[in-house]
Design a protein around this ligand. Structure first.
Ligand code: A2P
Length: 342
């Protein structure tokens, strides 16, 4: 793998929820940026963004010249990644792509920093950042898998609206405002649907057992990502995953309630020891359970409610929650970029 010392870095999707977090994290981690380039749609082109590397004018991705870029962090949606990531890679950049466009391509490593770092060595110009829910779950599942070999897992996500970008947060704020005015009707029926375009049903004061789009066998694409990405990251095609992805009225922070079984029984003391030592994670006790609000704005993924299974013995149930914009997206992308440095 070729590495760089003082790279020119591009953030593609720089005006979005993840893109702006990428710029913040490049800054706070003192990433050795030689030159920063910011790209978004023609709607944002020309906007000036003050950064630690000076004022940067946003470029239109459609007309931007990728020559000279060493590392490009993409978070502008799957279709942009499909079209532009190969062009950037051909021009010499290593693309760290936050969309789902390349994650299942066998030539593209899918890497959770601090879980399967070594996989990045095989990149051919594009590296994929996993799905935000999968990423948070892997911070707990990865170390347990390493110790005991994960064989089966049920996982139910509680995903915040920022997983749908800036628009998700705007929709939640709007719906809380509109529906909050009908407070009594929320309890007795007769509330008016705010009819936001983004989600099929209201998210304000509600829970949607529908994250992503329905695809095969009655599962959503978000749910299939949990299945396929878990197997690819942990390099174990046989892991059985039973996923349910739920959208909740939370701004930032994706939580996952998971139950896991392994190639041998794992007790709670061993699981807590492994999770307590897991890099990038904090194990919290039952006195203060970790919530999305606790995870928002921090780098570590929080793990709690660790307990032995009471139905079929030998497994571990736990709760894990992480900032989907940080570890779930921008932080991991920057950590992967750090692995590309000399
Ligand atoms: P823009 O702000 O110009 O629309 P989010 O997921 O928070 O909505 O952010 C999506 C990011 O992807 C934004 O930076 C957005 O830019 C960018 N984006 C959306 N559509 C395009 C496009 N057609 N070309 C380039 N960037 C795009």
């Amino acid at each position: 793998m070729s590495t760089v010392t003082n790279p020119t870095v591009a953030v593609v999707g720089a005006t979005g929820a993840v893109g702006t977090t990428m710029i913040e994290i490049l800054t706070s981690r003192r990433f050795p940026v030689k030159d920063l380039r910011l790209m978004a749609s023609s709607r944002s082109a020309g906007r000036v963004v003050p950064t630690a590397w000076g004022d940067v004018v946003v470029e239109d991705l459609a007309t931007a010249d990728p020559a000279g870029i060493d590392i490009a962090l993409f978070s502008a949606g799957g279709s942009r990644s499909k079209e532009y990531a190969p062009k950037f890679a051909e021009a010499g950049a290593v693309v760290v792509d936050n969309s789902s466009a390349w994650r299942q391509d066998p030539k593209v490593p899918l890497v959770v920093a601090q879980v399967n770092d070594a996989a990045i060595r095989d990149h051919q110009g594009i590296v994929a950042n996993p799905n935000c829910t999968t990423m948070v779950l892997m911070m707990a599942a990865g170390p347990l898998h390493e110790a005991a070999g994960l064989t089966r897992m049920t996982a139910t996500s509680y995903q915040s609206v920022s997983g749908s970008g800036q628009t998700g947060m705007e929709v939640l704020e709007h719906e809380l405002d509109v529906l909050g005015k009908d407070r009594d009707l929320l309890a007795t029926g007769g509330w008016s649907d705010p009819n936001s375009d983004l989600y099929a049903r209201p998210i304000g004061y509600n829970v949607l057992p529908h994250a992503g789009s329905f695809t095969e066998a009655g599962y959503t694409d978000e749910e299939w990502k949990l299945v396929h990405e878990t197997r690819k990251i942990l390099e174990a095609d046989g892991i059985l995953v039973e996923p349910t992805c739920v959208r909740v009225p939370v701004m930032v922070g994706h939580g996952i309630a998971a139950t896991m079984w392994f190639s041998r029984p794992v007790g709670v003391a061993e699981a807590k020891q492994i999770l307590g030592d897991a890099p990038g994670a904090q194990l919290w006790g039952d006195a203060k359970v970790p919530t999305p609000l606790d995870s928002a704005g921090i780098d570590d993924v929080l793990i709690g409610r660790v307990r032995e299974t009471v139905g079929e013995p030998g497994g571990i149930s736990l709760w894990t929650v992480g900032d989907n914009l940080r570890k779930g997206a921008a932080l991991n992308a920057v950590q992967l970029a750090e692995l590309l440095l000399d």
